[in-house]
Design a protein around this ligand. Sequence first.
Ligand SMILES: Cc1cc2nc3c(=O)[nH]c(=O)nc-3n(C[C@H](O)[C@H](O)[C@H](O)COP(=O)(O)O)c2cc1C
Length: 164
Amino acid sequence: MTALVAYATHSGATRTLAETLADALREAGLDCDLVDLEEAPDPSGYDAVVLGSGVRVESIEKSAAAWATQHADALRTRPFAFFSCSGSASDPAKGGKQKATDAFLATLDHTPVATKNFPGWVLMDRIPLHERVLLKSMRTPTGDFRDLPAVAAWGREIAPLLQG
Ligand SMILES: Cc1cc2nc3c(=O)[nH]c(=O)nc-3n(C[C@H](O)[C@H](O)[C@H](O)COP(=O)(O)O)c2cc1C
C-alpha cells in the first residue's frame, strides 16, 4: 500500500522528523513518498496520508492548514495522521499537548487515526533576524530538542492504523 508523508517547515526540523517517519513506515512495509508541501502533493493518489507541520506563534504552518482544507475530501476518505513539530513540545509541563494542534484538529470534520506533538529545534542561526528578536523577547529556550527514536517508534505504532 502507498502512503504520503507531506510536511511544512520553515527552519527544517519538521523535514527531519518527516524523513525519520517515512523511513520507519517503509521498514513497516509501506510504499512511502516524502514530499514538501511546497510541491503541492495530491493526497488522492495514496492509500494513506500523514501531514506534519512546524508550529509558529501558536499555529501550524498556514500552508499545512490550507492544504488540509483543500484536500479535506481525500483526507476524510483514507487513513490520515497528523504530527506537529514545536519548541514547547520539549516542555514536560505541557504533557504532550500543543495548542496549535488542538486548534487545527478543531477545524477538521474528520478525526485522524493518530496525532502526535513532537519537539523540534529552536536554532537561532536557522531563522531570520526579526524572528530571533521575537524569540529572544519571549525568552524561548533554544537548542535541538528532537527525539528521532520517538518519531521512529510512532511510525511503527501508526503503520497498522494507516494500513487500515
Ligand atoms: C517565529 C517563531 C515562532 C514560534 N512559535 C512557537 C510557538 O508558538 N509554540 C511553540 O511551541 N514553538 C514555537 N516556535 C518553535 C518552532 O515550533 C520550532 O523551532 C520548530 O522546530 C519549527 O519547525 P520547523 O523547523 O520545521 O519550521 C516558534 C519558532 C519561531 C521561529
